[in-house]
Design a protein around this ligand. Structure first.
Ligand SMILES: C[S@@+](CC[C@H](N)C(=O)[O-])C[C@H]1O[C@@H](n2cnc3c(N)ncnc32)[C@H](O)[C@@H]1O
Length: 225
C-alpha cells in the first residue's frame, strides 16, 4: 500500500520541512528547520550536557523526518561523543518521502553516502551501531507506551504543539518523561507556553526559560534535580 505523502515546504534557512496531512502543522519552524534543530536540541541540550560528559543517552519524542537524529549523529562524530540514541515514532514517513528532504545536502554536501537515509532504512526496534560514536534505535510505538526509568541523560521533546496534540503535553506524559530521565537529566523543547511550563513544574521539573530560535521569543529547558 502506497503511503500518503506529506507536502514538502521550504523554511527560511533553505532547509525543508513537511506539512503533516493529519494535523495540518509543520514538522519544524517555518523560520528554519535546521536552525531550530541546532538551537533547541543540539545547542541547548546536547552541547550543554557534553560540556560535562562524553557518554550520553538520548530519548527523542518524535523521529519524524529524522533531522534531530541526523544532526545529533553529525555532532557526535565532530566532537567524538559516545551517544546512544532512542527515538519513538508511531506514524513514520515513507522512505520515498525521506529521500526528497534536503538535510544531507545542507549539512554534509561533500559526503557522497548519507547516514541520513540509513537512519530511515534501518529496521525498527533493533539497536545498531551507525559508527563508533552513535548507536541508534527507533521504536515504532506511541509515546504513551514509554515506561523507562532513570535511563536517559537528555530528552528531545519534539511532539507537535499543544494546540494540535494537547494529550502529548499532559501531566501524565510529562511525568513519564521525568521518570525516564537519570538524576541530573534534562529535557528541551521549542514550546514555552505558560500552561506547558506549569505542567513541567507540576510533575517535579526545575525549569529554565531560554532564548528561542528565530521567530520564537522563548524555549524551555527543564531538569531533574
Ligand atoms: C514535530 S514532529 C517530530 C519532528 C522530528 N523530531 C524531526 O526531526 O523531524 C512530531 C512527530 O510525532 C509523531 N507522533 C504524533 N503523535 C504520536 C504519538 N502519540 N506517539 C508517537 N509518535 C507520535 C508524528 O508522527 C511526528 O512525526
Amino acid at each position: 500500500v502506497a503511503k500518503k505523502m506529506h507536502e514538502i515546504l521550504d523554511t527560511h534557512d533553505g532547509s525543508h520541512t513537511l506539512l503533516s496531512d493529519q494535523h495540518g502543522v509543520t514538522y519544524h519552524s517555518k523560520y528554519g528547520a535546521i536552525t531550530e534543530t541546532n538551537h533547541v536540541f543540539i545547542e541547548a541540550a546536547l552541547r550543554f550536557k557534553s560540556a560535562i560528559q562524553q557518554n550520553i543517552r538520548i530519548l527523542e519524542i518524535g523521529f519524524g523526518t529524522g533531522l534531530n537524529a541526523y544532526a545529533t549523529l553529525l555532532e557526535a562524530v565532530k566532537r567524538n561523543l559516545k551517544i546512544v540514541y532512542t527515538t519513538y515514532e508511531a506514524f513514520p514517513i515513507s522512505e520515498e518521502q525521506a529521500s526528497t528532504l534536503n538535510y544531507h545536502e545542507q549539512l554534509e554536501p561533500e559526503i557522497g553516502n548519507s547516514n541520513f537515509m540509513q537512519l530511515h532504512k534501518l529496521d525498527w526496534n533493533n539497536q545498531q551501531f551507525i559508527n563508533e560514536n552513535f548507536q541508534f534505535k527507533k521504536i515504532n510505538q506511541t509515546f504513551q507506551t514509554i515506561e523507562d526509568e532513570g535511563l536517559y541523560d537528555i530528552i528531545y521533546f519534539d511532539a507537535f504543539a499543544p494546540e494540535s496534540q494537547p494529550e502529548l503535553w499532559s501531566a501524565d506524559l510529562l511525568s513519564k518523561m521525568y521518570t525516564a530521565l537519570k538524576p541530573e537529566g534534562l529535557l528541551t523543547t521549542y514550546c514555552a507556553k505558560g500552561i506547558v511550563k506549569r505542567t513541567f513544574k507540576s510533575v517535579g521539573f526545575t525549569l529554565e526559560t531560554l532564548q528561542g530560535p528565530p521567530g520564537k521569543r522563548e524555549m524551555i529547558r527543564v531538569s531533574k534535580i
